[in-house]
Design a protein around this ligand. Structure first.
Ligand code: FMN
Length: 188
């Protein structure tokens, strides 16, 4: 049996990038990334995910929404915190908000659909690396903000799963921690 070592290396060496810069994926590469995300495991094929990409000057508008979100949460937020919120989207050329969009289904509870959307977010990080870039999945308090969700066009029943930041790596790759599989796995 042949083993796809290059595929294993790719999966085992995946490495989020905390600093990202230009360039980001072009339209064709982004399309490829979404096609990967759409292959996420999905009970009953409900497709319980949505993606909202934010790039270019739209990141500035999104930063304004993040500052407004911060001020709703903490009306006394100081200027430094406000600037951090305002500039957060500029930390990468491309942000992809990943939403879970739960459907009613007799056999598929919402928690399963959240996992599916999480798989899609992870798939986007992998696909970003596969097309030659780097990524990081972020959440934080913004991901809990229903008003922010509505501001970007989310529906009442949807939730953020996270924001996948994508661009060119602007930091050394982190050393990959050595973990022992036996610490996480046992034969039953
Ligand atoms: C649901 C979820 C939310 C996360 N939120 C954040 C976050 O808000 N900020 C952050 O720096 N990392 C966050 N992370 C962790 C990073 O995506 C990443 O896993 C971490 O930097 C470790 O890097 P590595 O995955 O390459 O080991 C989150 C991960 C997950 C799965």
């Amino acid at each position: 049996m042949s083993v796809a070592f290059s595929g294993l290396d790719f999966l085992q060496q995946r490495n989020s990038a905390t600093r990202l810069t230009e360039p980001g994926p072009n339209a064709d590469q982004l399309e490829q990334m979404f096609l990967c995300a759409l292959r996420s495991p999905d009970h009953a094929r409900l497709r319980p995910w949505r993606f909202i990409s934010i790039q270019g000057d739209r990141r500035i508008a999104f930063g304004e929404l993040l500052r407004a979100s911060l001020l709703r949460r903490d009306p006394d937020a100081d200027q430094t915190a406000q600037d951090r919120a305002l500039n957060a989207p500029l930390r990468a050329p491309l942000l992809i908000a990943v939403l879970v969009s739960p459907r009613e289904h007799p056999k598929v509870p919402v928690w399963e659909q959240r996992l599916s959307a999480g798989c899609a977010a992870f798939s986007l990080t992998l696909a970003a690396e596969a097309v030659g870039y780097a990524a990081i999945w972020r959440t934080g308090a913004f991901a809990e903000d229903q008003q922010l969700l509505r501001d970007v066009g989310g529906a009442q029943n949807e939730e953020f799963v996270g924001f996948v930041y994508v661009g060119s790596r602007d930091c050394p790759a982190k050393p990959i921690p050595t973990l022992e599989t036996d610490d996480f796995h046992r034969v039953w």
